[in-house]
Design a protein around this ligand. Structure first.
Ligand SMILES: *[C@@H]1O[C@H](CO)[C@@H](O)[C@H](O)[C@H]1NC(C)=O
Ligand SMILES: *[C@@H]1O[C@H](CO)[C@@H](O)[C@H](O)[C@H]1NC(C)=O
Length: 641
């Protein structure tokens, strides 16, 4: 398996860095870098640099990709401040890529070294992607002479006005000379973007990719379709796109290719998700697939409410007992696993609608032949599956999953949500990636990451990506989107529960997929933490911060994602450089995150403000709360919002 090669390399690196873990943490001078490099030294001299005239010399690697990275470096610097006319003391940037790039971006080595002298910058990397990460670091080292924060328009008129007001133009690499040796602690550092609940135009996706690149995130998990709409052209089922919100809210093949190319230029993988068997309503818009979709628009067995048919409208579950279903949906997998070139393909697998299946004659007649009183299989009045129902659910789903996966080209790795292996007991191939999302829903589903590790202890061989909804669901905070009172389990409390709550940057920042304590499955009040994870933690390859789309579109995507997705980015990239990645020093981090956020704002992002500007010089938190800077925080119980 290609991924296990990467994983082995990452594990080796992790132990090397663990041996000389930084303790106490060294603050990054001038609050420059986000994420923190794993290892660095700096000096005490500021060296001037003119980003517009500094000469890049590139050897090896992908010349086209690196030339575009240089252009972004210049544009991003010039968006930040007014430039000086003269050349800087640093006149050269030498980039050497020493190895041959793998065709599979998942195998690319992201490590790099970067050093600065009085006259030049030297970057060395094995692969182009490592050089891209280094150029992002150089961009953050390139700091305005006039320290942030300031407000200046960087066009000619704005710069003239600023100069008249005494503003100092130009850039320096402060605190030089630098030596940086850097690499990610986790190989999978993602954003999970939903374009089905609300459509996000290509430009919005590309803007997100740009910000991701700035903080060294490397996976766009594109949750491109869902029950609500199927906004992408299909050649196998052209009528699917009629479920899109408008004929203009549809990604063409060229759009998809443009997103993939844009991401690849930034060293970002695009992993698409085509979710089945649940979240299936939109598939019913196709004549070819409709016969296999049950409970369309909710209301199985004569009910008009979507609950309990499904957890969120619109409902729709593929009839996994129908032998025609997997081949029909396999055609989609075949189509899109050719269009999306990444070596991983996400096949969904979350939130099977048991009530829907158990009350649908199309399913029960096939899975439980001869049964006439469906309530003996699935008690509809109490929404309770029988043991027989569960057994047949696993059996029919196993056949469906095995069959649809045959549509994947050889060598592609399947990714799934945890439910398929934890809730439905299906077995998927070793090497598959299991994305875990549950935490606090109920006792049975708590601590799901540990439960996948437990499957691995019995030989399952899964890789794990953490999307713990208590830390990584960044879309929360806008309240409920369903307005009918009493909806779902817990009534009103459901609408205000954990995943609709806002996760602070500190909360995201102190979560470490391998080191954070998980939820206590025996603690029924839902507030306690379990002990540390046990098992082979190297199976946990990273995390993906989710921005579900019920209350997100282009109007608020930036403010919801940034800078909090960057908090996840540093937690994942720099984990091994922290003495304890679950106990981080917010006061060390905050000034750097402020600068990262300012840089995004200068480039037109609506990234959320973190503090009053006054706090930039006053250390508000330390001053008011009495904590000495340097104290570590983290691992709060989830009730401590
Ligand atoms: C379903 O549950 C209800 C309520 O507990 C019970 O009265 C009924 O007998 C059950 N039906 C079957 C078929 O078990
Ligand atoms: C989990 O919760 C139970 C019940 O409250 C408690 O006895 C146990 O000590 C907790 N485990 C940990 C590791 O805190």
């Amino acid at each position: 398996m290609q991924l296990s090669v990467i994983l082995a390399a990452t594990t080796l690196v992790a132990s090397v860095f663990a041996a000389d873990a930084v303790s106490p943490l060294k603050a990054v001078p001038h609050n420059l870098l986000w994420p923190r490099p794993q290892q660095f030294t700096s000096g005490s001299t500021d060296y001037s640099i003119n980003p517009a005239t500094v000469k890049f010399t590139v050897s090896g690697g992908n010349a086209d990709v690196l030339a575009k990275a240089q252009a972004r470096y210049v544009a991003n610097a010039l968006a930040l401040s007014c430039n000086a006319a003269a050349d800087g003391a640093i006149t050269s940037v030498t980039v050497s890529v020493t190895g041959t790039d793998p065709s599979d971006l998942a195998q690319a080595d992201e490590s790099y070294s970067l050093s600065t002298s009085a006259t030049g910058v030297t970057i060395t990397a094995a692969h182009t992607v490592g050089a891209l990460r280094a150029i992002e670091t150089l961009g953050q080292l390139t700091a305005p002479v006039q320290k942030l924060p300031f407000h200046v328009k960087t066009d000619a008129a704005g710069c003239a006005t600023a100069a008249a007001a005494g503003f100092q133009a130009g850039f320096v690499i402060p605190s030089g000379p630098w030596t940086i040796s850097d690499k990610p602690s986790y190989s999978y550092r993602g954003v999970s973007l939903d374009t089905s609940r609300n459509y996000i135009p290509v430009s919005g996706i590309q803007k997100t990719l740009d910000a991701m690149a700035s903080t060294k995130l490397n996976v766009l998990h594109w949750h491109i379709v869902d029950a609500t709409s199927f906004p992408v052209v299909s050649t196998s089922y052209p009528d699917l796109a009629t479920s899109a919100y408008s004929p203009l809210a549809v990604y063409s093949y060229d759009d998809v290719k443009a997103v993939i190319a844009y991401a690849a230029d930034r060293g970002i993988r695009v992993i698409p998700e085509f979710d089945t068997p649940a979240h299936a309503n939109a598939y019913s818009f196709s004549k070819g697939l409709a016969p296999y979709v049950l409970c369309v628009n909710g209301g199985a067995a004569g009910t008009t409410s979507f609950w309990p048919t499904c957890p969120e409208p619109p409902c729709g579950n593929v009839n996994i007992a129908d032998p025609g279903a997997a081949p029909a949906f396999g055609a989609l997998v075949k189509e899109y696993s050719a269009l999306f070139t990444d070596s991983v393909f996400h096949m969904g697998g979350d939130e099977i609608e048991r009530f829907c299946l158990g009350t649908s004659k199309e399913y029960v007649n096939l899975a439980h032949p001869g049964v006439t009183d469906f309530n003996t299989v699935f008690n509809a009045s109490t929404n309770t599956p029988s043991a027989t129902f569960e057994k047949q659910l696993t059996a029919t789903y196993q056949v469906y999953a095995d069959t649809i996966r045959k549509a994947l080209p050889a060598g592609k790795v399947a990714q799934y949500w945890e439910d398929i292996v934890l809730s439905e007991g299906v077995t998927v191939p070793a090497g598959s990636i299991i994305q875990v999302w549950n935490s606090w829903d109920n006792t049975a589903q708590k601590n799901s990451l540990q439960k996948v590790l437990d499957l691995n202890a019995k030989g399952a061989g899964y890789k794990i990506v953490d999307t713990n909804n208590d830390y990584y669901y960044l879309d929360g905070g806008s309240g409920a989107w369903l307005t009918d009172r009493g909806f779902g389990p817990g009534g009103d409390s459901w609408k205000e529960n954990y995943w609709t709550k806002f996760k602070t940057w500190e909360r995201v920042y102190t979560h470490d997929p391998r080191k954070s304590r998980q939820e206590n499955t025996t603690d029924t009040d839902g507030t306690g933490l379990a002990g540390p994870l046990t098992g082979d933690l190297s199976a946990i390859i990273g995390a993906s911060a989710a921005i579900w789309g019920e209350r997100i579109d282009s109007s608020n995507l930036d403010v919801k994602l940034w800078p909090r997705a960057a908090a996840a980015a540093e937690a994942l990239w720099s984990a091994d450089s922290f003495p304890d990645p679950t106990q981080k020093d917010f006061f060390e981090a905050l000034p750097r995150l402020q600068v990262f956020r300012d840089r995004l704002v200068s480039r037109g992002y609506g990234a959320e403000a973190l503090q009053p500007t006054w706090c930039r010089t006053q250390q508000c938190g330390a001053a008011f709360s009495g904590y000495p800077a340097g104290l570590a925080y983290g691992n709060q119980k989830p009730t401590a919002w």
